[in-house]
Design a protein around this ligand. Structure first.
Ligand code: A2P
Length: 339
């Protein structure tokens, strides 16, 4: 693009957890926008969103003419993506999707800008680019400097994931259950759901034949794809915790060559997108991650049970860096280098 070029952009899911963050990010980061079209379902028609000091009306995606825009940011879940991405591509757009819909497709690049920015260039096959799962993004941003320096053989990871990862309805559920319980009222849940308030749930998504959940296997498949390394082995446990915003990860890695905690800290300090807290401090989802762009790392230490083991604690805003910001960063690379 030349410096004066601007782009028309539609955000599908503008009223949702991720879309509500994408829109202010486009403004804050000075995205070269001509016109912005916030879109959602027919339920939201008539709602307004604030952009650059002006209110924009939310449009109905079903009746939107996608030929009016060059870029579509999809933030409305996999089903909506499966329906609208082909229509937008047909109308000539490039689609950036934050759902799981296209992440596994071989002809769709899956991008974490700090890790594999140049893969954006492969968008031209399908004109769709996918953004990974929030926990995959946080993990790979934190591990990239270690992978580049010494290589990683194996990753053991346990996640502690915020409810906003399943959208605004889940945020309301946690708030509602918390209020009910503090007022001595019983919590009602659907038959297959467990109470999330004041609880910890060791299952996110359905369980697959190998006993892992889909959320866990997404971390494996997506990491291998983003890193371009089908040989890296990953053993994840994904857990939902009663936190509104911010995912936490306990990472235990085995490196190909020994790296000391001090060397790892040095690498992390210089890494793109990473904020390292020093030896005695540790970041938390609410105090550091929520509302911030960075992936925070702390508790870096050598594993006493393995000669090439390294442990660290990682937190990131699941809605911001885990979805909205990652999509906007992809869009920035797309317009700067490829459109
Ligand atoms: P709406 O608010 O009109 O339902 P979240 O991830 O927080 O659950 O948000 C989902 C987002 O996806 C919302 O903006 C929601 O709009 C939007 N959405 C849901 N279903 C559709 C649909 N069929 N067409 C377009 N947007 C949809």
């Amino acid at each position: 693009m030349d410096d004066t070029q601007t782009f028309d952009v539609a955000v599908v899911g503008a009223t949702g957890a991720v879309g509500e963050v994408i829109i202010p990010l486009l403004q804050e980061r000075g995205f070269p926008l001509a016109r912005l079209y916030p879109l959602a379902s027919d339920r939201s028609v008539g709602n307004r969103v604030l952009f650059s000091g002006k209110y924009l009306s939310v449009g109905d995606t079903a009746s939107f003419d996608f030929s009016q825009v060059q870029i579509v940011l999809l933030a409305a879940g996999a089903e909506v993506a499966a329906h609208y991405a082909p229509l937008a591509v047909e109308a000539g757009c490039v689609v950036i999707d934050s759902s799981a819909c296209f992440r596994g497709d071989d002809d769709v690049p899956l991008v974490v800008p700090e890790v594999n920015a140049t893969d954006v260039g492969y968008f031209s096959d399908r004109r769709i680019i996918a953004s990974p799962n929030a926990v995959t993004i946080a993990m790979l941003v934190a591990l990239k400097p270690i992978i580049d320096a010494v290589g990683i053989e194996r990753i053991n990871v346990a996640t502690y994931q915020a409810v906003s990862g399943s959208g605004q309805a889940a945020v309301k559920t946690l708030a509602g259950q918390t209020v009910s319980l503090l007022n001595m009222r019983a919590v009602e849940t659907a038959s297959h759901d467990k109470q999330i308030a004041f609880n910890v749930l060791a299952q996110i998504g359905g369980v697959l034949d190998n006993g892992y959940t889909r959320e866990e296997m997404e971390m494996v498949w997506e990491s291998q794809k983003v890193l371009g390394d089908r040989g890296i082995v990953i053993n994840p446990t994904a857990v939902r915790v009663p936190v509104f915003f911010g995912n936490s990860l306990a990472l235990h890695i085995e490196t190909k060559q020994k790296v000391t905690a001090e060397q790892a800290r040095k690498l992390l300090k210089q890494a793109a997108g990473v904020e390292l807290l020093d030896e005695v401090e540790y970041p938390s989802a609410v105090s550091e991650a929520a509302g911030d762009d960075a992936v925070f790392v702390g508790r870096v230490r050598e594993d006493i049970s393995h000669p090439q083991g390294l442990d660290m604690w990682v937190v990131a805003d699941n809605v911001r860096k885990g979805a909205a910001l990652n999509s906007v960063q992809i869009a920035e690379i797309l317009v700067k280098d490829y459109l």
